[in-house]
Design a protein around this ligand. Structure first.
Ligand code: ADP
Ligand code: MG
Length: 256
């Protein structure tokens, strides 16, 4: 049965999409069957996996509205090594259209039920908000992975997210757990980042993943080639860190 994880943080530019595509590629490299679901109308995770969002029909939009099945809409990214349920600008409209539908928070969960046996991992890239799209992600998931930069205001933003996860857990999805906090774009030479990192561990203990993702320009260059960094330059420090993170996730899932 597939384990479903949301990569979420209500802040933009914190590394959600980079984490989603590189964790997907890392998991594929260690032999896992992976479906990556793009829930952001920007479609960056789709493009960054080598699937052209501009010509893509159907997308996750049709899946949410119930006019296409996941198997029809998913595309194989041969280069990246995993399947992609892609998104484009059309998805922005779903926000409004979903409001009128039954089970509006559970559309993605219900659609994914049909492919439970096809994958070991389903990773969902969320938009930077707590919208109905993100709620669909949280309602479909067993757990949330939160990428974060070790900056001054990082802890403040976290309490909002942790509260939202608690609310969803209490009202909509009893399976949902905070799996862990992933330190990304980390620069060990910056004292403040080390301090925030220590604070995080003090606060959240073993909810902080052991793996740390360094700031690495190869990870930022990879999307323009339509590839996850892990595939674009396997020897880069950032890529190796994401493969380590994939192994850490496999080990965590085995302990569930
Ligand atoms: P989000 O999805 O949260 O908006 P992104 O994953 O798109 O964030 O990342 C924001 C920017 O930071 C992108 O330009 C991305 O290439 C860059 N980036 C993300 N992670 C790293 C990293 N570890 N090292 C260097 N640049 C990174
Ligand atoms: Mg993103």
């Amino acid at each position: 049965m597939a384990r479903v994880f949301c990569i979420a943080n209500q802040k933009g530019g914190v590394g959600k999409t980079t984490t989603t595509v590189n964790l997907a590629a890392g998991l594929a490299q260690v032999g896992q069957r992976v479906l990556m679901v793009d829930l952001d109308p920007q479609g960056n995770a789709t493009m960054g996996s080598g699937v052209d969002k501009r010509t893509l029909v159907p997308t996750v939009y049709e899946v949410l509205l119930g006019t296409a099945a996941v198997r029809e809409a998913a595309r194989r990214s041969e280069a990246a090594g995993y399947d992609v349920l892609g998104a484009n600008r059309e998805l922005a409209g779903a926000e409004v259209e979903l409001v009128a539908l039954e089970q509006r928070e559970h559309r993605l969960r219900d659609a994914l039920a049909a492919v439970q046996g096809d994958y070991d991992f389903v990773l969902i890239d969320c938009p930077p908000s707590l919208s109905l799209l993100t709620l669909n992600g949280l309602c479909a998931a067993h757990g949330v992975i939160v990428p974060m930069q070790c900056e001054y205001f990082a802890l403040e933003g976290l309490s909002d997210l942790v509260n939202s996860i608690k609310q969803v857990h209490a009202n909509l999805n009893r399976d949902l757990k905070l799996i862990g906090l992933l330190r990304v774009m980390f620069d060990a030479r910056i004292t403040l980042q080390q301090q925030v990192s220590e604070q995080l561990k003090g606060h959240f203990g073993d909810k902080v993943f052991d793996t740390v993702i360094p700031r690495n320009v190869r990870l930022a260059e990879a999307p323009s080639y339509g590839l996850p960094g892990v595939v674009f330059d396997p020897s880069a420090r950032g890529s190796k860190a994401f493969v380590d993170f994939a192994r850490e996730m496999v080990a965590r899932v085995e302990r569930f």
